[in-house]
Design a protein around this ligand. Structure first.
Ligand code: AMP
Length: 584
């Protein structure tokens, strides 16, 4: 899909959506948006093979919004999503794009949220409902949700819904919506059960797929960092500090707004950074590129469009701060480095939800992308000490220090100090603005091997003139770490083998409804009429939610297992390798 339409206006979206998109800073439609929006606007059914990160949410949200009747408060569109986090995210996206649509209401409904609140909100009316299958079914059964006037149904991340055991619920919902509805199904993969659903419930669908052209990218060292713990800005600055052979970087983000925001933040941290986006005049853009070429800028934060054709041999690093929409964009981006026969480095930031896109890129470029860990406090400190030592050596070599030798000599004689004491105090004073031992940078144990920091030809060193508040190293959120390390307890749930429960469904339900990271769910043992699950100690609220959570239509009634319960005399199946997923 190279033939990306250049503007949203060309997609015949109404003006109130175009101005909302301009507000959020989207420059051009992503390939999946360019391909889907015209069909969905025309009322066609659609089968989209696309993963997170491609911009698929806007691909279905924009045409839904364009076709809404705002005077009618009854549900006109329903989006089914596998997790409550995704449901909330999708609802937020609708809200953002509908910014200029007074009277528009979107309602996320998911398990774990109070029924009373949901019932009240449903009674008030919403044109768009975004929900997880279980809770949507609940409301349909209670008749608190009426879909008789539904125009569009979207199945988002259908393969995830399958993996989490929700596909029967999805079919049930499909059966309980008007046959005249428009249906769009999005899935990163197309396993057989999803194809079956598509052929059964979609009418002559348009098929849209992100093309994965294979290319080679020889001179570029590719790495990725799985976004976790520290925020991306913190990660970026730490990486820039320890990267070897750094000369200049181009940092890719998705929106015009983000180019400006990130460039500002980098500047505030002392980097020579500037934004490059399609809103800037040609003259301004040329200026930025010229400054990058002549070395007065080290970092340019750009959108794909603005960086098209950029040829600056100084660019040693490409940072994919936001993941590109497809492999073609990735190859194009990283091609900004490794130019004129030099080698380059490309670093990709990938959120856990975008890992599939990473695999697609690896397949398309036929090269593995190496995981990297975030530099630790020790590594950052080591690099700063190296730079400090180099500054001292340079000063000794280049400056006339006669006056200062006198000052030191006087301190030795008159204050009775040793030279080493004086030097240490001076080192302390010299680093106050930019501490040699950065605080608060510690990380959980690295999950990937970390290369020893090498001496760099040059590192981007923030200028020392920063306001102290901006420099203050941020501390890492520790909650996730504590939870990770927490001992597991054994809980009993009231569904087992006889009820047909599968470990993946149990993992899905607990992760989804309890908001628990799937990786924290330990061994699951299935018995005839109950099962046991190893979990971190559950807070009372989560316990209450999970008591009511259903698997195979039965409430789990979860409680701590008693001694003897869950002993593995007739163990059937464990979750040692269940389809683990991170709760979203
Ligand atoms: P999705 O694949 O729908 O989860 O979207 C991934 C991210 O891309 C979200 O943060 C969106 O806000 C962003 N995004 C989607 N479409 C565009 C676009 N046309 N331009 C810039 N950013 C976009």
């Amino acid at each position: 899909m190279t033939d990306t339409l250049d503007s949203f206006a060309a997609l015949a979206l109404p003006p109130y959506l175009l101005s909302a998109l301009a507000e959020v800073g989207y420059e051009t439609p992503s390939p999946i948006q360019a391909a889907c929006i015209p069909h969905l606007l025309a009322g066609r059914d659609l089968l989209g093979e696309a993963q997170t990160g491609t911009g698929k949410t806007a691909a279905f949200a924009l045409p839904i919004l364009a076709r809404l009747d705002l005077a009618d408060k009854r549900p006109q569109a329903l989006v089914l999503a596998p997790t409550r986090e995704l449901a909330i995210q999708v609802a937020e996206a609708f809200q953002k794009y509908a910014h200029q649509m007074p009277g528009f209401h979107v309602l996320p409904i998911y398990g774990g949220q109070s029924m009373v609140i949901q019932l009240r909100a449903l009674a008030r009316g919403a044109q768009v409902i975004v929900g997880t299958p279980g809770r949507v079914m609940d409301h349909l059964e209670r008749k608190s949700l009426n879909l008789d006037h539904l125009k569009t149904l979207v199945l988002d991340e259908a393969d995830e819904m399958l993996r989490m055991g929700f596909i029967d619920d999805v079919e049930w919902i499909l059966e309980h919506t008007p046959a005249t509805r428009q249906t769009a199904l999005f899935s990163a993969t197309m396993p057989e059960p999803i194809r079956r659903i598509a052929s059964r419930y979609l009418r002559d669908p348009e098929q849209v797929k992100i093309r994965a052209a294979t290319t080679t990218v020889a001179a570029i060292k590719q790495k990725y960092w799985k976004v976790s713990g520290a925020d991306k800005l913190e990660a970026l600055t730490r990486m820039l500090e320890v990267e070897e052979d750094f000369e200049a970087a181009i940092v890719f983000v998705r929106t015009k707004t983000a180019t400006v925001e990130l460039a500002d933040k980098l500047e505030a941290r002392g980097y020579e950074a500037a934004a490059l986006n399609g809103d800037m005049t040609q003259g301004l853009r040329e200026q930025v590129i010229e400054r990058l070429k002549n070395g007065s800028l080290d970092i340019v934060v750009a959108t794909d469009v603005a960086a098209r054709g950029l040829d600056v041999p100084r660019i040693s690093h490409v940072i994919n701060y936001d993941i590109p929409y497809d492999t073609e964009a990735y190859v194009h981006r990283i091609g900004r480095t490794g130019r004129a026969g030099r080698t380059g480095v490309a670093i990709l930031f990938v959120s856990p939800r975008e890992m599939r896109m990473l695999k697609t890129i690896e397949r398309a470029t036929r090269q593995p992308i190496e995981p990297v860990a975030l530099p630790t406090r020790g590594e950052v400190a080591e690099r700063r000490v190296q730079q400090f030592r180099q500054q001292v050596l340079d000063t000794l070599a280049e400056e006339n220090l006669d006056f200062f030798y006198d000052v030191v000599r006087r301190m030795e004689n008159e204050d009775g100090l040793a030279t080493r004491q004086i030097a240490a105090a001076l080192a302390f004073l010299a680093q106050r603005e930019r501490p040699l031992q950065p605080e608060g940078l510690d990380e959980p144990a690295p999950s990937v091997p970390r290369a020893a920091p090498a001496r760099s030809k040059r590192a981007v060193v923030p200028a020392p003139s920063l306001a102290p508040a901006e420099r203050k190293p941020r501390s890492m959120p520790a909650a996730g770490r504590d939870f990770d390390a927490a001992p597991r307890l054994r809980y009993r749930i009231e569904v087992g083998r006889n009820q047909g429960a599968l470990p993946k469904e149990i993992v899905g339900a607990i992760a989804n409804e309890g908001g628990i990271d799937g990786r924290l769910i330990g061994q699951i043992d299935l018995f005839d009429d109950y099962s046991t699950v190893e979990l971190p100690e559950l807070p009372p609220q989560v316990l209450e939610t999970l008591k009511r959570t259903r698997v195979r239509h039965l409430p789990l009634k979860i409680r701590p297992a008693k001694p003897g319960e869950g002993e593995r005399t007739f163990k059937r199946k464990t979750a040692s390798s269940p389809p683990r997923r991170k709760a979203r």
